[in-house]
Design a protein around this ligand. Structure first.
Ligand code: PRT
Ligand code: MG
Length: 212
């Protein structure tokens, strides 16, 4: 039996059609059941439902054999012990820097100003500003990043943007794109060695679905 770790919400919703294309359906919907282990129509595949940022942890420790995680989560978490064979091209967004409307970010950067940056993505933010040669004090937040510039906690935030409507609703503007983000298939390296043939069927199905 192989275990696939998914998070509720967009990752689950966008991964399911990929499984369905391979003829695999689920017994229960995670939105309506409280169960965290979900059977599939495939005798060798079960799904566990975990927090998005916990998916790599389950796979790294071998509690799940495979998982689907955003590139943002992998960059923050690291990929030790993981094999990342397929960019699934789902749950797409970008990681960007945003400031309050009217804040002249480019001038601040040019003038070598020291910037206060609030983010859940402290590693990514630190690396981005270090590469630009900008002095940045990074403040770790766990949510509602958009609030930070509005109440003077930070000059800018580093967050994920898809439609841009969250930024807009809070009078923030995207001033720089750091990178494009999409969900990746991750595999426990040891499990991959041990169960290569059992796993290959699923890796092929994901690779095929990702192409389409
Ligand atoms: O919600 P929870 O704390 O459980 O975890 P999570 O927020 O990490 O999970 P989830 O399901 O929201 O996100 C899972 C993955 O989806 C992320 O790791 C990303 O790789 C990817 N993804 C794609 C996104 C978005 N698009 C996205 N728009 N994750 C978050 N957002 C948020 C963003 O943080 C911001 O608050 O949506 C808001 C912006 O959206 P727009 O459309 O208003 O620009
Ligand atoms: Mg969320």
């Amino acid at each position: 039996m192989l275990t696939l770790a998914l998070s509720k919400g967009r990752i689950f919703e966008e991964t399911m059609p990929m499984l369905e294309r391979a003829g695999i359906s689920i017994a229960e919907n995670p939105d309506t059941t409280r169960k965290l282990i979900i059977k599939t129509s495939h005798p060798n595949l079960q799904i566990i439902i975990v927090r998005a940022s916990d998916v790599p942890t389950y796979v790294q420790f071998g509690a799940a054999d495979i998982g689907v995680a955003g590139k943002d989560v992998l960059l923050e978490n690291g990929i030790e012990g993981l094999y990342v064979p397929i960019d699934l091209g789902i749950a797409k967004c970008r990681m960007s820097v945003a400031t309050k409307e009217g804040f002249d970010y480019n001038s601040a950067v040019k003038q070598g100003a020291r910037l206060r940056i609030a983010s859940k993505y402290v590693q990514c933010a630190r690396e981005h500003f270090a590469n630009k040669g900008v002095h940045a004090d990074i403040i770790k937040l766990y949510g509602s990043m958009e609030l930070a510039p509005l109440v003077g906690l930070a000059d800018a935030i580093v967050d994920l943007v898809s439609t841009g409507s969250t930024l807009k609703a809070n009078q923030l503007v995207e001033v720089e794109t750091i990178m494009q983000i999409s969900a990746q298939l991750i595999v426990n390296q040891a499990a991959h060695k041990r169960h290569r043939s059992e796993m290959q069927e699923f890796l092929d199905a994901f690779a095929l679905a990702a192409e389409n």
